[in-house]
Design a protein around this ligand. Sequence first.
Ligand SMILES: O=C(O)CCC(=O)C(=O)O
Ligand SMILES: [Fe+2]
Length: 309
Amino acid sequence: MSNPVLISDTIPQSDVVPLTGRVGAEIKGICLGGDLSDATIGSINQLLLKHKVIFFRDQEHLDDAGQELFARRLGDLVPHPTQGAAAGTASILNLDSSRGGGRADQWHTDVTFVDAYPKFSVLRGVVIPAAGGDTIWSNTHAAYESLPEPLKLLADNLWAVHSNAYDYAAVRPRATAEEKKHFEEVFTSTIYETEHPVVRVHPETGERSLLLGNFVQRLVGLSKSDSAKLYEVFQSYVTAPENTVRWRWKAGDVAIWDNRATQHYAVNDYGDQHRVVRRATIDGDVPLSVDGRRSVTRIKTAKPAAKAA
Ligand SMILES: O=C(O)CCC(=O)C(=O)O
Ligand SMILES: [Fe+2]
């Protein structure tokens, strides 16, 4: 028998199934855990850099602890800056459709309201609706590359202000009272404003990608209205179907994405069916612009604690 072509030291090419022409691959034949060899972890890192989001079916053996033992091999775990981590974990964020903040139905890159936002997110499907509840990812490097040259030049020179304190009612007009309370009291318990370049140079691949998403408030030096128009132009390349992949979840699936080169959107089409996914998060570094400048956090202000009734 001939040896299968190796994409890396340990994962044969035949176990890597690209899901679209530009983004996403399913990886077969791997049992995720903290005990994987350094070579396999290295391969997973390489596959992430190439495909931007990778998927593993049949990982039901993982609980929060197992998920974090594995995720820990990809870097340092980091709790969400305002929502913290689930009890007994270093970074686990519970996204439960029946709770405030549990439906991430906006295009975003995780936690871009801070400067050194996460590099990888590791998401485990726990309770998945019979129909609906897919997640869509976009390759923001492919989005940048598909811009016409004059728009690349414009994007290269723009910066954006990202904040967690956005106009929640404008974005989610039908939010429940519980969702509003979660946004006011937990999600924005500390308010951040960070300036990032609209084009980030990836620290491992050197690739340029668009750094936008729903935490963007405005473009630096531009009016709110000009910012909104230009934002729409650039973001339309991120959400173009050609740059995306859509994953139909089963319980026990794990998705890992390179948060430095993607945006994602959790499709909110499953009504009151229950959906739970749990995320481990890996610390990132401060983005670099094409002209060598770093992102800067301008505001970090804790809100006064709500008065006891
Ligand atoms: O619910 C999902 O599928 C994605 C949630 C999300 O945005 C995240 O885990 O960062
Ligand atoms: Fe997210």
